[in-house]
Write a protein that binds this ligand. Structure first.
Ligand code: NAD
Length: 273
């Protein structure tokens, strides 16, 4: 084929001008995803808790660094009515919603028979039910435009279990099931729905645990990372928020149009065990 007639294939630049909501994007993985989408030209609506001045700083930094519009919704992912107002607000302000990233999540660790009931309810509400609500509310707009990308941040714990994480493991397994149902229902509408399943990702939250664990166990930072935090992760390396962001951008792109209903591990081989 002559060079001038060669097709270049679907481009990541096809994302420019699209609108994304990323739940739980005031820190950690969600913020990394919001920044990666903005770098690809996507207007991003942030969500999550934080000091108003810090959220303003994040918004204006993303807007000036990548030349996109930013929004912010304070919606508590435990409150279906607040989620409804968030999606309505996005439609009013931006007129469309192309990419829905369900990332907000919390954790609590305790034996099953001692697991606080209110923690169970909160984890299921934030880590699973909030995605049901954003999806049911975002799908009609996506169907109208004949395009949509739903990306659910699950976990390696959506595929395998660990002790003492009953609510988290149940919610993460649940969101993978929900991902598959949405993929099937929306398959003919130009809409895909996939889950990303990170192992340990290096975030400020993880960094904050390293020194404490080192002190508690009387071992070095390197030993904490290798033998405590990454005990299950064969490559002995944290994934980064930039890596999760890059995968999200790919799944949101035209190039990923045929990838739907999958749960993609980003776990250094953890779930290959
Ligand atoms: P994080 O604590 O740094 O960020 C969580 C975000 O969710 C914050 O922006 C917080 O404000 C927001 N949030 C919490 N409760 C909320 C609520 N009720 N309503 C709205 N927003 C709320 O955590 P993270 O490590 O970046 O985790 C993000 C997602 O990735 C979670 O779903 C988590 O389960 C998943 N995950 C994380 C790791 C890891 O190693 N960090 C591994 C696998 C999966």
């Amino acid at each position: 084929m002559a060079a001038d007639t060669m097709k270049t294939g679907p481009s990541l630049r096809s994302l420019a001008g699209r609108v994304a909501v990323v739940t739980g994007s005031t820190s950690g993985i969600g913020l990394g995803i919001a920044r990666a989408l903005a770098e690809a030209g996507v207007h991003v609506v942030l969500n999550g808790f934080g000091k108003p001045e810090e959220i303003d700083r994040i918004r204006s930094q993303i807007a000036s660094e990548f030349g996109v519009r930013t929004g912010y919704a304070a919606a508590d992912m435990m409150q279906p009515a607040a989620i409804e107002r968030m999606i309505e607000g996005v439609m009013e302000e931006f007129g469309r919603l192309d990419i829905m990233v369900n990332n907000a999540g919390i954790q609590h660790v305790a034996p099953l028979e001692e697991f606080p009931v209110e923690k169970w309810d909160a984890i299921v509400a934030i880590n699973l039910s909030s995605a049901f609500h954003t999806m049911r509310l975002a799908l009609p707009a996506m169907r109208r435009h004949g395009f949509g990308r739903i990306i659910n941040i699950a976990s390696a714990h959506g595929l395998v279990a660990s002790p003492f994480k009953s609510a988290y493991v149940a919610a993460k397994h649940g969101i993978i099931g929900l991902t598959k149902v949405a993929a099937l229902e929306a398959a003919e509408s130009g809409i895909t729905c996939n889950a990303i399943c990170p192992g340990y990702v290096y975030t400020p939250l993880v960094e904050a645990q390293i020194d404490g664990q080192a002190k508690a166990h009387g071992i070095s930072r390197d030993q904490v990372i290798r033998d405590v935090l990454l005990a299950q992760q064969p490559n002995k390396r944290f994934a980064t928020v930039e890596e999760i962001g890059a995968l999200t951008v790919f799944l949101a792109s035209e190039a990923a149009a045929s990838i739907t209903g999958v749960a993609l591990p980003v776990d250094g081989g953890w779930t290959a065990h």
